[in-house]
Write a protein that binds this ligand. Sequence first.
Ligand code: SF4
Length: 260
Amino acid sequence: MSQRDQFISDLENFLEDQKEEGVQTLDISPETLVALKASTQKADQKPAAKPASPRPASSAAPPQSTVNVSGKTLEEIAGQIRVCSACPLCNSRKNTVPGEGNANRPDIMFIGEGPGADEDAQGRPFVGAAGQLLDKMIKAMGYQREEVFIANIVKCRPPGNRVPLPAEMDACLPWLRAQTALIQPKIIVALGKTAVQGLLHEEVAITRFRGTWCTYEGINLMPTYHPAYLLRSPGKKGEAWADLKAVLNNLGKEPPIKKG
Ligand code: SF4
């Protein structure tokens, strides 16, 4: 990776972390803006190596969801999701990602933001690097992945892994609401600021809001960090573990004792 690409990657991670922590605006000095503009113009003069990423889909989504859930089982709902075109995310998806796991009143339902590239390719939630960390978190709590249910707020990948727009989350929410009503998890763990925002319609700073019990559709909900954020900020893993231990405590369980 060139120095410039590394810088852009670091900058993207920094901005994502800021967003995760609830920062809405950044103070940038006029001098920095001039330097950034000069740098962009310089880059524009170079021959393009490959086409630019697609622009995010339009935010002109319907103000209310047009989704009509008629499926009576998770399989029927997944079939409906597969042909859903209720928001612009349908245009760029390879596969829909309805969610998977124990659908018979599991102790925990994890809800993340939306599918990434790996999930879009496989049609399964949390199968990339963040998914591997989520698997470790689930195991540390004393569960197997198949014993919990894992889903996302939106069922189709936002282009370029951008954060789903509020209108897209609103459009998609009836699917998740119907799934939750069928699955009846004992506790929901919302992974990251966007999941909290999509479920509760609250703008929160996850660094302050995590660990605070809430309810969604009458079900206890624990907000904590998204595993992707924990991969970028491993120093926050202790706080996430405290949230997961609070979940276990609420279920009347203890984390398994480590052998050796
Ligand atoms: S993200 Fe949800 S609402 Fe939008 S097209 Fe996909 S399934 Fe439908």
